[in-house]
Design a protein around this ligand. Sequence first.
Ligand code: C5P
Length: 246
Amino acid sequence: MRETKSEIARKIIIALDVKNREEARSVLESLPEARIFKVGLELFTAEGPAMIDLVKSFGKEVFLDLKLHDIPNTVAGAVKSAVRHSVAMLTLHAAGGREMMKKAVEAARETAEKENKPLPLILGVTVLTSLKDNDLQEIGFSDSSRNQVLRLARLAVESGIEGIVCSPQELDPLRAELGSGVRIITPGIRPAWAEAQDQKRIMTPEEAIKKGADFLVIGRPITRAPVPREAFSRVLKELQAAVEGA
Ligand code: C5P
């Protein structure tokens, strides 16, 4: 079935990488067609859960990217709080282990059901792309980053996690390993017409979608464009072409 424009727009997650409420509001105002916004550590630490409400007040969905990593009981508690705020997606570190992930998934299900809230998509973060093989060795992981990514992704899925965050370079091996049932989200996206900034291993939106990404996290190429709304439309058109050509 053909996806609608609005369904394709939902593949783009706009990173609200800003310092405070005023800047967040201005990004939200500049992108009326965007549907999902990522609230991460910087904005959440500055302004708290009021930022979730701000995004929702624009009729948008929230991807809460706090990369939870703690004992199972504490993570389950944080997940319950996130469900009460009706976030659409949230992240945790797969390195927190099987029990932590299982408890998180259970907490989300129970709270959503009991309190009649939407069930968020819980995403596992595997190996931070800032860690190279020698950094991993330094913290006691002897395997290569690629094997560690696959190991953690498998563990996440076994623990009931339904989505994985990965770099564009990991799309092929992860899709091959996990099959089509798992949602994959990738940052590090740069349209051919945008500057790379500090992103190194990048991919264009159409390449990432063709390689099986379900959602793309895009920040500066859209939010810092001279006219963000136009940049968003341009990415959207590229995605439509990719989806239709697929
Ligand atoms: O502005 P830009 O498109 O580079 O923003 C990408 C977003 O994705 C940022 O919020 C960044 O923290 C996040 N991210 C990333 N690379 C990773 C993991 C997350 O750029 N490997």
